[in-house]
Write a protein that binds this ligand. Structure first.
Ligand code: IPD
Length: 266
């Protein structure tokens, strides 16, 4: 039997070390190493270095597991467990010196595709605030040593919602139309710039809900488990828009159906 708490412990230890490295490199100055899907979609040398550190640590501690990371080639394991890793989620914040970026590490069982896997453990660490969000299947969600839960008290003023926008400028009109559809539910909207931290904000009751088209598996793998273990609901859609983007929606149970139907009406 897999010890899911042990997987979370491993992820916490590695995320702390990886986050410290990311923060050190940030203090030394960041250079953009390349652009990816569009000019706005960047990778820094630190993204690559931090992913390589995480990969090395996992290889030595869990040599039979698979690995899927944002910045390197995937590797299939033999144990049935795969680590899904975003070394720096919120790379644009990182490049601009905005202190809202995070190391995201999840362990999943099964085919490493979001609609097929079972998430076993997830950790999201912001090295600037030193906040570490973590969860393992069946054991609740935690911010450091404090148990966290989604906010399920309805507010007459409406919901505080988070979202994000695609890197491809051609997708901005659709993203803005989605915000307009969702706005009647909202008291206000936040765009923090790190999907992993957005999901943790839902888990901790700092946001009532979150929606975005265009996340990659490593953006949401850890954060989604942290939401569900905090009593919330998450949907990672299968249907893709014309840019190949799936919709992710997360919130407390009260809001979920209305948020999902407003956000998905495109
Ligand atoms: C991005 C961030 C951003 C979200 C993008 C993601 P990255 O991840 O999570 O908030 O809007 O969809 O791709 O590129 O910084 O790892």
């Amino acid at each position: 039997m897999t010890d899911v708490s042990e997987l979370a412990h491993i992820a916490i230890e590695i995320a702390r070390e990886a986050g410290a490295l990311a923060r050190r490199r940030r203090d030394e100055g960041v250079e953009i190493a390349a652009t990816k899907s569009s000019m706005a979609d960047i990778v820094t040398e630190a993204d690559r270095e931090v992913e390589s550190l995480i990969r090395d640590r996992l290889r030595s501690m869990r040599p039979e597991d698979g690995f899927v990371g944002e910045e390197s080639e995937p590797e299939t394991g033999t144990s049935g467990i795969t680590w899904i890793v975003d070394p720096i989620d919120g790379t644009v914040n990182y490049a601009y010196g905005i202190p809202a970026y995070a190391v995201s590490i999840a362990a999943v069982r099964g085919t490493p595709e979001p609609d097929k896997w079972t998430a076993l453990a997830g950790v999201v660490f912001n090295p600037v605030t030193a906040e570490i969000f973590h969860a393992s299947l069946g054991n609740g969600s935690w911010l450091g040593g404090r148990r966290i839960a989604v906010n399920d008290a309805p507010s007459p003023a409406g919901a505080l919602l988070g979202t994000g926008f695609g890197y491809d400028p051609r997708s901005h009109a659709g993203d803005l139309a989605r915000v307009a559809r969702v706005m009647p539910l909202a008291r206000d909207i936040r765009r923090f710039g790190s999907a992993a931290l957005d999901l943790c904000a839902v888990a901790a009751g700092r946001l009532d809900g979150y929606f975005e088209r265009g996340l990659k598996p490593w953006d949401h793998a850890a954060g989604a488990l942290i939401v569900t273990e905090a009593g919330g609901r998450v949907s990672v859609g299968h249907e893709r828009d014309e840019f190949g983007r799936v919709l992710v929606v997360a919130s407390n149970s009260l809001l979920f159906d209305s948020l999902f139907s407003s956000a998905s009406g495109d």
